[in-house]
Design a protein around this ligand. Structure first.
Ligand code: SF4
Ligand code: SF4
Length: 290
């Protein structure tokens, strides 16, 4: 079973929900937490896994060989504009190359070789109760977040046990509704949308709902910093989406998370995530059998 934890923007408490939900599941069943927020992963701050494996994520870029007789074919074939013919030479811009290999195939003289360059890293380890944890980290200045996300999906969900009997994957997706989020969320059994009861929060929730619908994912809402206004509740009723949990607007929660501590370790909040685990398992299970 795979749960995508989403939010229309950063700072809604998405990772707080994801890590505490992962810990709530891990006490009862095989669980994988994967941090797909590759530009700013911070789930490991809370989970403190013991790292057992790291691997470099690479992408390829073209290197133009001496066989080249400038003809414009490769630069015309590159839709990423990572090649330019200037003054009788082909210039390569590796930072914007997607490593698709089109130019290599297009070159009539076989003058292009492909070279690998590091763009990020994957780390994995084990936290309490055997919780398998993985994260992807995009190198500073790099733009190929989706490549790191795709490698993390293979790495985290193959090696860490997706498909094992009764196992669950908590995919802590990037914030927003970009292409990267879609790569991280697609194929999940349920999208859990974390939202705050503010005008901006409602707008961003709408984006997350649109994304979940585009990916044809069943969705449910978790209300963070709930002030009792019923703001999100009214939207959820209109949209036909269930609210499966909520945390109150409470400075003490901010203090606990600012220390890097888990709400699951605080008796006042642990039940919220145990009940959330039961609710989302039921919804995801129903969507799988529907
Ligand atoms: S590998 Fe693809 S993106 Fe990179 S330069 Fe060649 S055609 Fe462009
Ligand atoms: S397609 Fe090949 S021969 Fe033509 S400019 Fe590019 S590298 Fe040179």
């Amino acid at each position: 079973m795979r749960l995508a934890i989403l939010s229309g923007k950063g700072g809604t408490g998405k990772t707080t929900v994801a890590v505490n939900l992962a810990v709530a599941f891990a006490s009862a069943r095989a669980t994988v937490y994967a941090d797909y927020d590759v530009e700013e992963p911070n789930g490991f701050i809370f989970l403190q896994p013991q790292i057992v494996s790291t691997r470099v994520v690479t992408s390829t870029y073209p290197v133009i060989g001496e066989e080249c007789e400038p003809c414009g074919v490769c630069s015309a074939a590159c839709t990423s504009h990572a090649l330019a013919e200037v003054g009788g030479r082909v210039l390569v811009f590796p930072e914007i190359c997607h490593g698709c290999g089109t130019c290599t195939l297009a070159c009539p003289r076989g003058a292009i070789r492909e070279k690998a360059r590091p763009i990020g890293e994957l780390r994995s380890g084990t936290a309490r109760d055997g919780l398998a944890c993985s994260e992807g980290i995009l190198r500073e200045g790099e733009t190929l977040a989706t490549t790191v996300i795709q490698r993390l999906r293979e790495f985290a969900e193959r090696d860490a046990g997706r498909g094992a009997q009764g196992s669950i994957v908590i995919a802590d997706c990037p914030p927003g509704s970009s292409c990267e989020v879609m790569h991280a969320a697609e194929g999940s059994d349920l999208a859990l949308l974390v939202a705050e009861p503010t005008a901006f929060g409602l707008h961003d929730l709408g984006l997350a709902v649109r994304l979940a619908r585009h990916l044809e994912l069943p969705a449910a809402i978790f209300v963070n910093k709930d002030d009792g206004s019923g703001f999100i509740d009214r939207y959820a009723t209109q949209a036909g989406l269930p609210i499966v949990g909520r945390l109150p607007f409470d400075l003490e929660i901010a203090r606990v998370t600012a220390r890097g501590a888990l709400l699951m370790d605080d008796r006042r909040y642990a039940d919220t995530f145990i009940e959330l685990a039961a609710a989302v398992s039921g919804l995801a299970g129903r969507s799988r059998t529907a």
